[in-house]
Design a protein around this ligand. Structure first.
Ligand code: RAM
Length: 355
C-alpha cells in the first residue's frame, strides 16, 4: 500500500504541475520530451462530461502520459453527459485526423456507429471507465472488475442496513454502460444468494451526473420512501450530492457507493453525524494514465486489442498489463486497472488530498 500511496502522490504532483503548465483541461498541448517516440502523433480523450472532477482526474492522468511520451494530447469534455454531445466531438476529431481516441461512453450502442467510423478512418479507438459496444473499439480500460464492484456495493448495502430493509440506487445517466453494469451485477449477486433476500431495492433513480438533479432525486427518495435505510450511489457526482442532503437534513438514512475521497471526506464517519460509513473507488488519475499507455500501444502497434496482448505502462503498479477476455463471451478484450478500494473513517484522511 505504501508503494501505491507514493505512486499516487507522485502522479498527483505531476498532474498538478502539468495543469499549471497548460491551463487545465480541454484543448491541446504538446511537448517533445527527450527520448520520446511519439512526437507527431495526436491522442484524444473524450470524457463523459464537463464539470465532473472525476472526469478531470482521468483526463489529467491521460494527458500526463501522452505529453511525457512527446505526443500531442487533446482533451474533450462534452457539455452534457449524453451520447449526442460525444458524437459531435468524435466527428470533429475524425475530421482533424487524430491518431487515437479514448472515450468514456455515455451510451454503448448510440456511439457504436461513430466509433466504427473512426476505426474505418484508421483511428485507434479504446474506451475507459464506460465501454461502448465491444465490436466498435479495440479494448476497454476498465477501472475494476464489474462483478467485484457489484459484490462490494451489495455487501456494503447488506452491512449498513443490518441485512434487511429498503435501499435505493441513485445512479448517473440511464444509458451509462458502467453504472448499468454495476447495478446489474448488484442485482444478480442479490438474487443468487438467499443471504440477501431480506433486502428490498425500492427504486433506481438517475441524477444524470448533475449535482442539482442528483440532489433533487435524493430529496424525492427521502419523501417517497419513509422506511428507506440506505442509498447506494455508484457515481461520484450522485454520492456527493446525496451525502450533503442526508447530512444537512440530519437524516437517519445512510449512504454508500462510489465516491471521490476529496469530495466525500467530510461525510465519512461511523457516527450519526456522518451520512456515509464507507464507500469505494479506484484512482481515476491512474485510469487515465492506463488509457494513455493503451492509446500509445495501439498507435505504435505493440497491441491490436486482442486478448493476450501485453504492453508496458511506465511506472504503473501493475505494469506490464495483459488484455483479458471480457466476461460477455464476445471474445473482446478489456484491461483491468485493479480491485475497488474501500475508503472509511480510518483511511479517508490519507486520501482526501490525493484525488
Ligand atoms: C462518475 C462517473 C464515472 C464513474 C464514477 C464512479 O464520476 O459516472 O463514469 O466511473 O462516477
Amino acid at each position: 500500500m505504501k508503494k501505491k500511496i507514493l505512486s499516487v502522490l507522485m502522479c498527483t504532483a505531476l498532474a498538478a504541475g502539468m495543469l499549471a503548465g497548460c491551463g487545465g483541461g480541454s484543448g491541446s498541448g504538446s511537448s517533445d520530451s527527450a527520448g520520446s517516440s511519439d512526437g507527431g502523433k495526436t491522442y484524444a480523450i473524450v470524457t463523459k462530461s464537463a464539470g465532473n472532477p472525476y472526469n478531470e482526474k482521468e483526463a489529467e492522468g491521460f494527458q500526463e502520459v501522452i505529453e511525457a511520451a512527446g505526443g500531442t494530447c487533446i482533451v474533450q469534455n462534452p457539455e452534457a453527459a449524453t451520447a449526442d454531445a460525444q458524437i459531435t466531438v468524435i466527428q470533429s476529431l475524425i475530421s482533424q485526423g487524430v491518431d487515437s481516441i479514448a472515450i468514456a461512453a455515455n451510451d454503448a450502442n448510440a456511439l457504436a456507429s461513430v466509433c466504427q467510423e473512426a476505426m474505418d478512418a484508421g483511428i485507434k479507438v479504446c474506451t475507459l471507465d464506460s465501454d461502448v459496444n465491444s465490436a466498435t473499439r479495440a479494448t476497454f480500460c476498465n477501472q475494476a472488475g464489474v462483478q467485484e464492484v457489484g459484490q462490494a456495493l451489495i455487501d456494503a448495502v447488506y452491512d449498513i442496513t443490518g441485512g434487511e430493509g429498503q435501499y435505493a440506487i441513485l445512479s448517473a445517466t440511464s444509458q451509462a454502460t458502467n453504472q448499468n453494469a454495476w447495478i446489474e451485477a448488484m442485482k444478480s449477486v442479490q438474487e443468487s444468494d438467499e443471504k440477501y433476500s431480506k433486502l428490498e431495492l425500492v427504486a433506481v433513480e438517475y441524477g444524470d451526473d448533475e449535482p442539482q438533479k442528483s440532489t433533487d432525486k435524493t430529496q424525492a427518495l427521502l419523501q417517497n420512501y419513509p422506511d428507506l435505510k440506505v442509498i447506494c450511489a455508484p457515481t461520484t457526482v450522485g454520492i456527493s450530492a446525496a451525502a450533503k442532503v442526508l447530512q444537512d437534513q440530519g437524516s437517519s438514512v445512510k449512504l454508500t457507493g462510489l465516491g471521490l475521497p476529496s469530495e466525500m471526506a467530510e461525510y465519512i464517519g461511523a457516527d450519526d453525524a456522518h451520512s456515509c460509513p464507507y464507500m469505494f473507488l479506484w484512482n481515476p488519475i491512474d485510469l487515465g494514465k492506463l488509457a494513455g499507455y493503451t492509446s500509445i500501444a495501439l498507435v505504435d502497434g505493440t497491441i491490436t486489442g486482442a486478448v493476450g496482448d501485453t504492453f508496458e505502462a511506465g511506472d504503473m503498479e501493475n505494469s506490464p498489463y495483459t488484455l483479458s477476455e471480457l466476461a460477455d463471451g464476445s471474445g473482446a478484450s478489456e484491461i483491468i486497472l485493479g480491485p475497488p478500494f474501500q475508503f472509511n473513517p480510518d483511511n479517508i484522511a490519507e486520501w482526501k488530498d490525493i484525488y
